[in-house]
Design a protein around this ligand. Structure first.
Ligand SMILES: [Zn+2]
Length: 140
């Protein structure tokens, strides 16, 4: 199996990747203002460094999406065509992930999703997002 290019954890994001390895998505919460974020060394809202990682709900909505028809890396050759999207988590932060939709189901903006953590290698885990039921009522 050829692994796709992946982000390498740094000091600020390592807890995020460790959370995925333990089966959950996590976000940072600012101890001063309560803003949720992902992988920042300091709060994006108030600048505080008092950030703690907490498990996230794993639920969110689609902010935007597109369908990928060309495999730009051989690791994706068996996946095309596939949906990918920018997901806004219930806690607020946004991140990209592949969208897993049932056959014939098209994602829609603001459609609900839930995280599905995929293991790609011994220590490589990525968040994908499953399209939830009401996508069937979305765009044709
Ligand atoms: Zn803050």
């Amino acid at each position: 199996m050829t692994l796709p290019p992946i982000a390498l954890p740094d000091e600020a994001s390592l807890p995020f990747f460790k959370g995925l390895a333990h089966g959950h998505l996590s976000v940072q919460l600012c101890g001063r203002c309560g803003t949720a974020q992902l992988g920042n060394p300091e709060c994006s809202d108030c600048g505080s460094t008092a950030l703690d990682w907490r498990p996230a709900s794993g639920r969110g909505t689609i902010h935007s999406f597109t369908r990928i028809h060309i495999a730009y890396h051989q690791a994706f050759a068996d996946l095309v065509p596939y949906w990918t999207g920018l997901i806004e988590l219930e806690e607020g932060p946004r991140l990209f992930g592949r969208l897993l939709c049932d056959a014939g189901v098209r994602p829609r903006t603001d459609g609900p999703v839930e995280v599905v953590i995929e293991q790609l290698g011994d220590e490589v885990f990525v968040p994908n997002f499953r399209c939830l039921a009401d996508h069937r009522q979305g765009e044709p």
